[in-house]
Design a protein around this ligand. Sequence first.
Ligand code: C2O
Ligand code: CU
Ligand code: CU
Length: 398
Amino acid sequence: MLEARPGDTVRIRLQNRLREATNLHFHGLHVPPTGTADNSFLMVPPGEVFGYEFKIPIDHPPGTFWYHPHVHQSAARQVSRGLAGAILIRGEIDAASAVAGSPEYIVLLQDLDLDSRGYPREPNVMERMVGRGGHLVTLSGAMNPAIAIAAGGWIRLRLVNASASRFYRLQVEEHAMAQIASDGGPLPSPRYLDELLLAPGERAEVMIEGARTPGTYRVLNLPYNRGGMGMMGAFRSAEVLASLVYAGYAERRIALPERLLPFDSLPQPSRRRSFVLDQGMGMGMGMGMMGGMNFSINGRTFNPNRVDTQVRLGDVEEWEFVNPSMMDHPMHVHTNPFQMIDAGGAAETAWKDVVLVRAGSRVRVRTKFSDYAGRTFYHCHILDHEDLGMMGILEIQG
Ligand code: C2O
Ligand code: CU
Ligand code: CU
């Protein structure tokens, strides 16, 4: 877990002891996509060492971010085997009433696919197309951990979906969740939820109050169907991820603040673009497997030597993601967060960097290309889809 404050200089020494190239992407941080900063073009060969160094801007929002390797065609494998960690940026929200002083749990959600000897298993072609998933779900490395909560007190969960493809539909038995932050930091005010859907790459911070009869309550992952041949979770029953265990009593009850961080809507865009997410046809048995393995954006699969989208530094644009396919695609953009304009009717006042584009739907987001010029990425965060080509290069021209 990395922790920093706005204005800090971050230095990370990455020593690659894998037998393959790797690197680090700082998912959600608003730092340069170039040089020694959040540069996912940079590869660290096996046996080598690289020093990342960048400054967290003084006005960077506080929140829960994360880091993981970003090697095209190896991202799903490296991340699904565990290479991921949380990044916390501290700020004003950490001093808010009830938030300050509450126990904080970092919940990095990962799923591992192990064979009978306990080694990671390689997925088959079909599993890669749908997006690999593991049977063993861990929360920051622990199976079914106990999360302690004082009766009458609060806890803060910092949730990160660090799984290659698995969606989490989280529910805490008999307890509401008060969401205080999304991908890009604090919400304008707490949002009270019975359940929370987290697609790969997404984060949320939720406060839970120990308001029930002291005891043990289950933290559940409810079934969710993300499409793709009807086999991913459609008929799975709820699984237990953790236990909320009452321990002790809070000295006094504290209320959550009604206002967290003012939200300024981005102005009208100077340009609109559309991105159609698709996968090749022919997924039937034995035929057209190569076509089926082709994941694309606007008909093109990823090419590291091609710029797909050019924008101007400082511009506001509206991007529409169109998903005519049978699978959900959580789309992610590096470097600059976005605001949701139209997510199936429900505009959401939150800064996001992953937006779920459900099968057969479209969403619009608005973003401003602030501060940093250079090349960066947008892609589906089902990492097998990214590895199979559903990624493009965005060039921000200074
Ligand atoms: Cu977390 Cu380009 O991704
Ligand atoms: Cu990212
Ligand atoms: Cu996808």
